[in-house]
Design a protein around this ligand. Structure first.
Ligand SMILES: *[C@@H]1O[C@H](CO)[C@@H](O)[C@H](O)[C@H]1NC(C)=O
Ligand SMILES: *[C@@H]1O[C@H](CO)[C@@H](O)[C@H](O)[C@H]1NC(C)=O
Ligand SMILES: *[C@@H]1O[C@H](CO)[C@@H](O)[C@H](O)[C@H]1NC(C)=O
Length: 473
């Protein structure tokens, strides 16, 4: 009797803990010059127990790789398609191709646009977002997918508290979009759809040099905000609860809120480094694992980390850090130890296996070459067409000497171009070497084999580069 009761208690505890902890999700972006094969990434997700992904479109190779995995997917419609979705038949065509077309993919949400009301978009998507949202939900419902919810991931810049009273309870939606946001929130709420918000303590710190550093993390000990007796010891909670207040003021008190993006970059600016990223992830994962929630929303939170892998083709307008958000490097290596369950059992996540690299060849600067006066323009060319963002941050690469920096820039371009010999010339300033050019703690990467490039190889196109070599001889 006693042991049977014990067993029941154990069973109940298991069920409760399984039901009360939301599994962590990840954002899977694909703005890379050399994306890892989607199947390899899906294997990484499985190996690390990641059961939810958020996408930025509905790329067919990615969707196919997710089929029959059970992984829960938030698929997306990019901002530049929002206007198109304003016509109902186009929305239906989208659902037909990208939902019906992937019956074996566990699609749970459709993200209609991505942060469309971002201040820096100057209102470009103000007119088109809500009609697109309504059309997509209507199409989903009519085509028999009413369990799939359409939503609009928003950046936390859609709401704020007044500067002279910076507490969550004083917060509301931005005045230029206030009524629109209230209408969207009410629409989502009435359809049982979640509000999706992206919250970036890193950006608070990046944009405001006098921001109290500790407040961006989760350890407490720094500044705290007292909101009528509620104590906020980190900016994430304060930010999240500002949204809860804004919704409350719109008459919505209990809708589901998903944190669509949370993360910390590892390069490209002062606070973008591995130590700070680890500190942020340790704190946030521990918080999530404990189901503490925020003062206004205690309990489990539904959160997607940003991001799974570095993306070397992302725009650097927001900052050089943009290409360094991954918890994995471009080639699927974990950057630092972490525990996705938030229990503090830090270890390196399981990386990609079976990655195919290009040859062990680097392109480096030849300081003895003629044409030294061409260095600035060559460097400019290499950096505009390659990726020099690691030179601009606080990582070891940023501390390279002049020659090292030039070599780094040349090599990144050469790798980006699949080691095509013609891309390691720079008016004779560069040469190819098989000696590992990495130095002073700065990794000079070798790119992975480009699947798109391989397709060209099958067509025999890279032969051209060999013809070029032969002609030069
Ligand atoms: C389905 O999604 C893909 C990828 O995002 C997009 O290119 C395509 O236009 C979508 N289909 C329709 C009919 O809108
Ligand atoms: C928004 O306006 C600013 C200032 O006028 C301009 O620099 C920027 O390019 C604009 N952005 C977009 C997306 O139109
Ligand atoms: C080059 O050296 C770096 C630093 O020692 C190392 O991490 C990297 O794996 C090496 N690259 C190759 C292709 O051997």
């Amino acid at each position: 009797m006693e042991s049977r009761r014990m067993a029941w208690v154990w069973f109940a505890a298991l069920v409760i803990s399984a039901a009360s902890t939301e599994a962590i999700g990840v954002n899977w972006g694909t703005q890379m010059s050399h994306p890892l094969p989607p199947k390899m990434i899906v294997q990484m997700l499985k190996d690390n127990g990641i059961k939810k992904v958020k996408m930025f479109d509905a790329e067919s190779s990615v969707m196919s790789a997710l089929a029959n995995t059970g992984i829960e997917v938030m698929v997306a419609i990019p901002n530049d398609q929002l206007e198109h979705m304003g016509t109902y038949s186009n929305a239906k065509a989208w659902v037909h191709e990208n939902v019906t077309g992937y019956k074996d993919v566990n699609i749970k949400y459709v993200a209609v646009g991505n942060e469309p009301f971002l201040k820096s978009y100057n209102g470009t998507f103000l007119e088109t977002t809500f009609p697109a949202l309504k059309n997509i939900q209507k199409a989903l419902d009519e085509m028999g997918y009413n369990q799939i919810k359409a939503t609009v991931p928003m950046n936390a810049d859609i709401y704020s508290s007044p500067e002279d009273n910076p507490v969550p309870s004083a917060g509301d939606f931005r005045s230029d979009i206030h009524d629109l946001m209230v209408n969207i929130a009410r629409f989502l709420n009435s359809h049982g759809s979640p509000f999706v918000i992206n919250i970036y303590p890193f950006l608070s710190l990046y944009e405001n040099p006098s921001f109290p550093v500790d407040f961006a993390f989760f350890g407490g000990g720094g500044r705290s905000i007292n909101d009528k007796g509620t104590q906020y010891t980190n900016v994430f909670d304060a930010n999240f609860d500002t949204l809860v207040w804004a919704l409350k003021k719109a008459g919505i008190s209990n809708m589901k809120i998903i944190v669509g993006e949370i993360g910390w970059p590892t390069d490209g600016s002062k606070h973008a480094n591995v130590a700070d990223a680890k500190r942020f992830y340790d704190g946030s994962l521990k918080k999530l694992g404990s189901n503490a929630g925020t003062p206004l929303r205690p309990g489990p939170m539904d959160v997607y980390l940003f991001a799974l892998i570095d993306e070397d083709m992302k725009s650097i307008l927001p900052g050089y850090f943009e290409r360094h958000w991954g918890i994995f490097t471009y080639d699927g290596k974990p950057k630092f130890p972490m525990d996705l369950l938030g229990k503090g059992n830090d270890k390196y996540l399981v990386g990609a296996s079976g990655v195919e690299y290009q040859d062990a060849e680097w392109c480096v600067f030849d300081p003895n070459a003629k044409n030294q006066n061409e260095v600035p323009s060559s460097m400019n060319f290499a950096c505009s067409n390659g990726d020099c963002t690691a030179l601009m941050g606080s990582s070891p690469c940023s501390k390279l000497d002049r020659n090292g920096r030039i070599s780094y820039a040349f090599n990144m371009y050469f790798q980006m171009k699949d080691q095509d010999v013609r891309t390691c010339d720079f008016d004779g300033l560069a040469k190819i070497t098989s000696t590992n050019a990495s130095r002073d703690g700065c990794l000079f990467p070798i790119q992975i084999v480009n699947t798109a490039g391989r397709r060209l190889a099958e067509l025999g196109l890279p032969m051209l580069s060999w013809i070029a070599v032969l002609l030069f001889l």
